[in-house]
Design a protein around this ligand. Structure first.
Ligand SMILES: NC(=O)c1ccc[n+]([C@@H]2O[C@H](COP(=O)([O-])OP(=O)(O)OC[C@H]3O[C@@H](n4cnc5c(N)ncnc54)[C@H](O)[C@@H]3O)[C@@H](O)[C@H]2O)c1
Length: 355
């Protein structure tokens, strides 16, 4: 950066690009960064995210939506200070629909974000995942654990794709001194999850609210630890704003571990639902235990999750109850493979006929 560019940058609000900004986590990040006075460029191909997630922001003077697929190189005229690289289908149902497309999103998408960061002199944060640990043999998982991933299984397009994305981040850092941050995100839940993407919390809540049986895969004894989206978004911001020497990888998740059956029973309690539990076969390569060690985040960022599972579940239940009652418009992306943003928009099924 030249001195002139630095002076200009110091006078304007920080410009942040969020790839995947119309998704579940990305849209909460858009909200949080706008509230802090940032300029936000939300870049998304609307494949698993929906424009509804950012619709209230579209008229905000500091917000811009760009429909684009990160597998294609991106050119943005504005100065950019930081890039959150979140664009990737996140639920197994979505990422397994087009596994080759998922791998390309992880690899080409990350390269395109890193190249953009290089051109703009921006720092870049990659949304990696606890899936890089695979079906872990040690518990809880510290960042130093190298993982137990099946490279040829049905989850590999995502798990290995995200591992390759981490590799790219560190290679750009070593080769080009790109400022990088790698967040390993553990299961996150909250409002704006999709109803139909097969993730545990949204599945359970929707089934309970509809009075349908709650589907548990396996015996329900496998564990997960669920982080509320507000906590996660705060952690991502703290990591992005940490000193340049902090590259990660950094686990972000809630270490409160619960069995899948226990969470189903909590959902039944808070929804006051009479749904029964239905046990089905465990999908291949489903991890048995998952719990983050968050000492790195606690010590370097001063971050710990604050939202109790009970409160987070109730907020999420309130959101889905509104959707199911029809108070919120329901844009349900189908899960067919798609390539371009424009095509993606035309494939969105508008489920609310009133819109
Ligand atoms: N939610 C979790 O529990 C969790 C856990 C670990 C990691 N993550 C990571 O966090 C990120 C966000 O996850 P999420 O839960 O918000 O998922 P999401 O599916 O709601 O959001 C992903 C967004 O990326 C967009 N996208 C997907 N492929 C794209 C492409 N090729 N080009 C442009 N945009 C594209 C989608 O349209 C969507 O808006 C993902 O990278 C995911 O791997 C999420």
């Amino acid at each position: 950066m030249t001195l002139q560019t630095r002076i200009h940058a110091a006078r304007r609000p920080p410009v942040v690009l969020i790839a995947g900004g119309a998704g579940f986590i990305g849209s909460h990040l858009c909200d949080a960064l706008l509230q802090r006075g940032n300029m936000v460029i939300c870049l998304d191909n609307l494949s698993t995210g929906t424009i509804d997630n950012v619709r209230p922001l579209l008229n905000h003077p500091n917000f811009r939506f760009v429909e684009h697929d990160v597998r294609d190189p991106v050119e943005i005229d504005d100065d950019i200070d930081s890039i959150y690289s979140l664009a990737c289908p996140a639920s197994p149902r979505h990422y397994q629909t087009d596994p080759v497309g998922t791998m390309k999103t992880c690899v080409l998408g990350t390269i395109n974000m890193l190249e953009l960061a290089r051109r703009k002199g921006a720092r870049v944060l990659q949304a990696s995942t606890s899936e890089v640990y695979g079906d872990p043999e040690i518990h809880p998982q510290p960042e130093s654990y190298l993982g137990n991933v099946n490279p040829i299984g049905p989850r590999a397009c995502y798990d290995e794709g995200k591992r390759a994305a981490e590799t790219l981040m560190f290679d750009y850092h070593r080769m080009y001194r790109t400022e990088i941050k790698v967040a390993r995100i553990f299961n996150t839940y909250g409002p704006r999850m999709l109803e139909n993407d097969g993730r545990v919390v949204s599945n359970f809540i929707v089934q309970a609210l509809r009075g349908e049986p709650i589907t548990i895969y396996g015996a329900g004894t496998q564990t997960r630890s669920f982080c509320f989206v507000d906590d996660l978004v705060r952690g991502l911001q703290l990591l992005m704003e940490s000193p340049a020497s902090v590259t990660g990888p950094c686990n972000l998740g809630n270490p409160h571990e619960v069995t899948i059956e226990a969470i189903a029973r909590e959902v039944l309690t808070y929804t006051e639902s009479a749904s029964s539990l239905r046990f089905e076969a465990l999908p291949k390569d489903d991890p048995k235990r998952r719990k983050p060690m968050i000492e790195t985040a606690a010590q370097t960022l001063g971050w710990r999750p604050r939202v109790e599972l009970k409160d987070g579940l109730q907020a999420t239940i309130a959101y889905f109850a509104l959707r199911i009652a029809g108070d919120a418009p329901t844009l349900v992306p189908d899960i067919a493979p798609r390539r371009t943003g424009r095509a993606a928009r035309s494939q969105l099924r508008i489920a609310d006929p009133a819109r």
